[in-house]
Design a protein around this ligand. Structure first.
Ligand code: SAH
Length: 371
């Protein structure tokens, strides 16, 4: 008789072994392995983007996205004194944003000459992809897997759909104390399953929910990796000066409950099903991100929407220029529908939020009403 365990993928086997050896694992540990396991992790050995992949991101939808971010970076670089500067992109994917950014800014006097470009990506596959795409576009581009060991330069940091890929932990306040949502193996079905683990922390009376029925809306999330990265970036900017622009699928204000989700071939997928084969994300808590930067000494803008941000930094004008430059009807249509997807509230315009940060609070960051 064949061993039933053999029906699991190599990564699921590894996850199961870990649970059997050490007990249930945190959601963060599960995400970390599913996305970042060095051999079988989702991002490690594939191109997940586009029509034939699992999901499509803003720079892949329309060139205007990267071009406008390029204009934003050039303007901020000038405000910061047109000094030599590091331009860092976190989680550059296929390198499309950086390609569009560099192409759009090549005539900004002195900008490219002042830059050292740092592409940070945990995926060796995507780093290779980016290297091929960006080849010859700039004389100083370096790649690294994390944000450690940055050059001693002012930092201009951009990231699109980066923070939503970082591992989160999930908790719930119940009548019998604080619990953490963990991943375990169901003893009856032998499937991976979520359990609410008693953390041994009793809370004062009042509030909380009965232990049996923790609903999705009662889950509270935390993203330690996001805080670690934001704090590290903030300390660098405090020391050397700098600014950042962060765009992600996320929310303002209070906790939204359980936001963990998996996506495969452009549709939802069960989070615990065949780990490593689907993208797993959690919505970014933008207030938490902004507070983390502020606590570490940076000034942050108000949190705005992608639609409002792109419109306010000249989206419609850029679209107009591109439409005037092309005579091909098909291309015009693609530009119009692409831009529409980026800014319209039915698509990405409101789901995606934007936050700017800066080492100098006096400073105006383009695209934000208040700064
Ligand atoms: N910014 C790109 C890609 C977004 S997908 C775009 O908009 O198209 C997330 C990217 O972040 C991928 O390139 C992935 O390899 C990278 N990534 C995910 N987790 C990471 C981590 N912990 N450290 C560095 N890069 C990471």
């Amino acid at each position: 008789m064949s061993d039933p365990v053999c029906t699991f993928s190599a990564l699921e086997q590894i996850i199961r072994e870990r649970i059997k050896a050490r007990g249930a694992i945190t959601v963060a540990e599960y995400m970390d392995m599913a996305l970042g396991h060095e051999q079988y992790g989702y991002y490690m050995n594939r191109d997940p983007f586009g029509e034939h992949g699992d999901f499509t991101t803003a720079p892949e939808i329309c060139q205007i996205f990267g071009e406008l971010i390029g204009a934003w970076c050039a303007a901020v670089w000038q405000s910061l004194g047109s000094r030599p500067m590091m331009l860092m992109e976190l989680g550059g994917g296929r390198g499309t944003l950086m390609t569009d950014l560099l192409r759009a800014t090549r005539h900004v006097h002195g900008f490219h000459e002042a830059l050292t470009i740092v592409m940070v990506d945990a995926s060796p596959f995507l780093r290779r992809f980016q290297r091929a795409v960006l080849h010859g576009m700039h004389p100083r581009i370096r790649w690294q897997a994390n944000i450690e060991a940055l050059p001693d330069l002012p930092l201009l940091c951009i990231a699109n759909e980066f923070f939503d890929a970082l591992p989160i932990r999930q908790y719930a306040k119940t009548l019998t104390g604080l619990r953490e949502r963990l991943v375990a193996i169901d003893p009856h079905t032998n499937e991976l399953t979520f359990v609410m683990h008693d953390m041994g922390i009793k809370l004062v009376k009042g509030g909380g929910h009965s232990t049996e029925t923790v609903h999705d809306s009662q889950i509270i999330e935390s993203c330690p990796a996001m805080r670690h990265i934001a704090t590290h970036l903030a300390h660098h900017m405090q020391r050397h000066g700098g600014a950042g622009l962060f765009i992600d699928y996320g929310y303002r204000g209070e906790s939204r409950g359980n936001t963990l989700q998996a996506i495969k071939t452009h549709g939802f997928w069960p989070v615990l099903k065949s780990p490593g084969d689907a993208d797993i994300t959690a919505h970014v808590a933008f207030d938490d991100l902004a507070h983390t930067f502020e606590e570490a000494g940076l000034a942050s803008t108000s949190i705005t929407t992608q639609g409002a941000f792109l419109q306010s930094i000249g989206g419609v004008m850029r679209l107009g220029h591109l439409l005037a430059e092309t005579h091909k009807e098909e291309q015009k249509k693609q530009l119009r529908t692409g831009f529409e997807r980026l800014v319209s509230p039915q698509y990405m315009g409101e789901l995606f939020k934007v936050l700017g940060v800066c080492s100098n609070g006096q400073f105006h960051l383009p695209g934000f009403a208040d700064s």
